[in-house]
Design a protein around this ligand. Structure first.
Ligand SMILES: *Cc1c(COP(=O)(O)O)cnc(C)c1O
Length: 344
């Protein structure tokens, strides 16, 4: 079959901004190297588009959550530089890890035994210093199953790095106490926000995700991190409606006067959730307010500010993450990962 025509919505990725964000985070990591969390298809922006850019910028250490994410990543970077954060559920995971050379992040004593019984090899080790999510307890570091591991990166994860919380220093202290307890090659603690907490938190390797893709979890990153993802959509219809006419499901908007409106072809199936109601698109400097409810595949706009726009013209949805988070009450993480797969 011939290729379908390009879709009428697209996600522009600013590759230069992505590369620059990694270099910024790498520089902010001081003596440590910055790696990259590339789970969830590079936070929704696309592994195929983002990974070559990150690799070219100099990034060499990558993290995903699931084994199913591995093939897409090792198509671009060496398997030996990839870790799977969720570790090992069963024998299939062990076999796949050993076949590919991708490292499991061991998260429990059961996983440690499973790995060693399956033949073992280089792995990473997550120690839980207080988030109470994944990882062994510090006291479990002495367990023979842990001592038997060939640990490349000893890591932990911060719960509150995006806040000035006392918990950050507490987790740092607990992590430091863990370091002498098991043999390892390198140490890693900081996510994006953790990088901004300063060099104490950087250790050998940092693991930013959000800020690579334009997220700003702390004020220290405000003027240093650039927007990467730009949703755009074409007008697929323009129409004139009379005063008193309503727009969209449940007729939640009623025109106070005759007006020109337009329909763009993206909606909540693409990740532009109903919480965008009341926001606006732009054409150049001009603001085009969203009218009524967001539909699954469409959003209706007030074209009063740009009445000459016609079907086929492209519009932008302002998507600077801190602003968009305020607008929608979604988190910056959600705003990225919710983006759908119909974008061209
Ligand atoms: C997702 C994740 C990261 C990246 O966190 P950001 O806040 O997106 O920078 C780092 N480490 C672990 C263990 C993670 O799960």
């Amino acid at each position: 079959m011939t290729c379908p025509p390009p879709p009428s919505l697209r996600l522009h990725i600013d590759s230069d901004a992505l590369a620059q964000n990694w270099r910024t985070l790498d520089a902010m990591s001081g003596a440590a190297r910055a790696g990259a969390a590339v789970k969830a298809d590079c936070y929704g922006l696309g592994v195929d588009r983002c990974l070559p850019v990150l690799h070219e910028a100099g990034c060499r250490d990558f993290f995903v959550a699931h084994w199913s994410e591995v093939p897409g990543v090792i198509a671009h970077v060496p398997a030996q530089r990839l870790s799977v954060l969720h570790g090992l559920l069963g024998a299939d995971d062990v076999r796949f890890a050993r076949e590919t050379g991708v490292r499991p992040v061991i998260d429990s004593l059961r996983q440690a035994r499973l790995w060693s019984e399956g033949g073992g090899g280089a792995c990473d080790l997550m120690v839980d210093t207080g988030i109470n999510r994944l990882g062994i307890a510090p006291a479990e570091l002495a367990d023979p199953s842990i001592q038997a591991l060939e640990v490349r990166v000893l890591m932990s994860h911060l719960a509150c790095a995006d806040e000035d919380a006392a918990m950050n220093a507490r987790q740092l202290a607990v992590f430091r106490d863990c370091i002498p307890a098991v043999a390892h090659e390198e140490t890693s603690l900081a996510n994006s926000a953790g990088v901004a907490l300063g060099s104490d938190y950087a250790f050998d390797l940092t693991r930013p995700g959000l800020s690579l893709y334009g997220g700003i979890p702390r004020p220290e990153l405000e003027d240093r991190i650039a927007q990467v993802a730009y949703p755009q959509a074409a007008l697929i219809q323009v129409r004139d409606i009379a005063a008193g006419a309503s727009v969209g499901y449940n007729a939640t908007f009623t025109a106070g006067e005759d007006m020109r409106i337009g329909v763009v072809s993206l909606g909540y199936a693409d990740g532009i959730l109903r919480s965008w109601g009341g926001a606006h698109f732009t054409h150049g400097e001009r603001r085009l307010p969203i009218l009524g409810k967001v539909s699954m595949d469409m959003i209706v706009l007030d074209l009063s500010a740009a009445p000459e726009l016609a079907e086929g013209d492209w519009l932008d949805l302002p998507y600077r993450l801190p602003d968009a988070a305020q607008q929608t009450t979604l988190s910056q993480y959600e705003l990225l990962t919710v983006l759908g797969n119909r974008f061209g």
